[in-house]
Design a protein around this ligand. Structure first.
Ligand code: ADP
Ligand code: ZN
Ligand code: MG
Length: 480
């Protein structure tokens, strides 16, 4: 490998405010097209925008969570371009003075924690949506999305691999959702990313010519698009060609990218300060107020789970990737004080039921209370660990309480020594040959006897008691 990749991401996140960025229209999704609009977001002449305070506070929240410096003064700028989804013919954005700069996010792409620099976080507004008629040569425009507040988070060109790009995106996603300022829905576009990538000879310090990839609406597609692009650029350089600076569109069905347009330059947009909006001042009082209200962030939570609860790093990462999952875990641990056991049950039994979709935890049919109850029943010997897994499946399928399932299905663990001794005696009597072999050294057969006892009790025998009685009984028989 003579080459290395250089990647920088531009992430847009829709903010979960009730109203739009510069007018009081609702941001509610799914309304009749163009019903959530007013003269301001329709771009009528003579109207004046007023900044949504909540949108600013959300931006500062994200900026602090990403370790950014908050600029006391920033400014809105007009980014001018023509497109039918943009009625004003300019987007209100920020240019030379963003709300925040110089931050970083911690990622772990499997090689230990690493920081990725964040160049800037700025505020802007979303555009409308075009809907194309597939029968007639006709397009419609829906301005409901026009003016919804966005933040753009721009990374330094410090990401080295598609895996790191995906880890970085997951880290930002997780922070935004923890902060409750973005719903993080990538498919619907409330969390979206453009990926810039170039390659260069290893050891080279200058940056190569980059391309910008668009239209990747999942973490996986961001990785796929980058893989394809790195290979394409490598092949170009290998054959003596050069990479053209351009914007390329990812095709999810083919896993390829195709040229969309030559890259526009900043000066093409004729940025200038928006004369309708005052310069923005974010004073230290506001910054401190917001800083105090920040919740525990994913990285901090992960570290605490490792340090205070003895959870392995990988498991701690999974448990804290979503705030809802972390809350589920902590609630359960509050009711059954064995974090490792709770973590194991979530990581295996619960994750199996969620089928890789951690968001399913929000409407999990098994409540933390019910899971804790089940673990207590295992702990006090009411039910065996093995049977408990079946009980859990039933709980997940029906939402019933563990004790009801255990009673109804007759799954109580048999720990009664007399009862088990009788069963064990019968198993040994029925298998004289195996007993003889076992006594003459083939001790592996103990597993066979335990299996027979389990079969006879339909898995309900208490394994510890069975093992104890079995070894006593075999000892007795060897003396005879
Ligand atoms: P542009 O003006 O083309 O939008 P920017 O300098 O604003 O470029 O950077 C946009 C994103 O691209 C940032 O995330 C930055 O880190 C990344 N980037 C800039 N140059 C390169 C490069 N040569 N290779 C890869 N990524 C780059
Ligand atoms: Zn409006
Ligand atoms: Mg740029």
């Amino acid at each position: 490998m003579k080459y290395e990749a250089v990647i920088g991401l531009e992430v847009h996140a829709q903010l979960l405010t009730d109203s739009k960025a510069f007018c009081s229209c609702t941001t509610r999704f799914g309304a009749e097209p163009n019903s959530n609009t007013c003269p301001i977001c329709q771009g009528m002449p003579g109207v004046l925008p007023v900044l949504n305070r909540k949108a600013l506070e959300f931006t500062v929240r994200m900026a602090l969570a990403c370790n950014c410096k908050i600029n006391e003064f920033s400014r809105f700028a007009r980014k001018n371009y023509y497109y039918p989804d943009l009625p004003k013919n300019y987007q209100i954005s920020q240019y030379e003075l963003p709300v925040a700069e110089h931050g970083w996010a911690e990622i772990d792409a499997g090689e230990g924690p690493r920081r990725i620099g964040i160049t800037r976080i700025h505020m802007e507004e979303d555009a409308g949506k075009l809907i194309h008629d597939d029968k007639k040569p006709l397009s419609y425009v829906d301005l409901n999305r026009t003016g919804i507040p966005l933040i753009e988070i721009v990374s330094e060109p410090e990401i080295r691999t598609p895996e790191e790009a995906s880890a970085y995106l997951r880290a930002l996603h997780s922070i935004l959702v923890y902060l409750k300022i973005c719903d993080g829905n990538m498919e619907e576009g409330s969390f979206r990313c453009d990926a810039n990538v170039s390659i260069r000879h290893k050891g080279e310090t200058r940056l190569g010519v980059k391309t910008e990839l668009k239209n990747m609406n999942s973490f996986r597609n961001v990785q796929r698009g980058l893989y394809y692009e790195i290979e394409r650029q490598t092949a170009l350089l290998e054959s003596g060609d050069r990479v053209l600076q351009e914007t390329r569109l990812f095709d999810p069905s083919e896993g390829t990218t195709a040229s969309m347009r030559s890259k526009e330059q900043a000066h093409d947009y004729r940025y200038f300060p928006d004369p309708d909006l005052l310069p923005l001042r974010v004073g230290p009082e506001l910054v401190e107020k917001i800083r105090k209200e920040l919740p525990e962030l994913p990285v901090e939570k992960k570290e605490r789970f490792i340090r205070d609860l003895g959870i392995p790093p990988y498991d701690a990462g999974v448990l804290t990737a979503s705030r809802d999952m972390a809350e589920y875990f902590e609630k359960t641990v509050g009711l059954f004080q064995n974090p490792k056991s709770v973590s194991n049950w979530i990581m295996t039994e619960l994750m199996r039921e969620l089928k890789g979709d951690e968001t399913g935890i929000t409407n999990c049919p098994v409540s933390p209370h019910q899971l804790a109850d089940l673990l207590k029943l295992v702990d006090n010997g009411t039910v065996s660990g093995k049977i408990a897994k079946t009980v859990f499946e039933q709980m997940y399928a029906t939402g019933s309480n563990p004790i009801d399932i255990i009673n109804e299905k007759g799954l109580l663990q048999v720990s009664d020594s007399e009862e088990l001794a009788a069963i064990i005696g019968k198993v040994l009597d029925d298998n004289p040959g195996e007993v003889e072999k076992c006594l003459s050294g083939k001790t592996k057969l103990i597993g066979f006897f335990v299996g027979q006892v389990m079969k006879a009790t339909r898995g309900k025998a208490n394994p510890a008691v069975v093992n104890q009685i079995l070894s006593d009984e075999l000892a007795k028989r060897s003396k005879k």
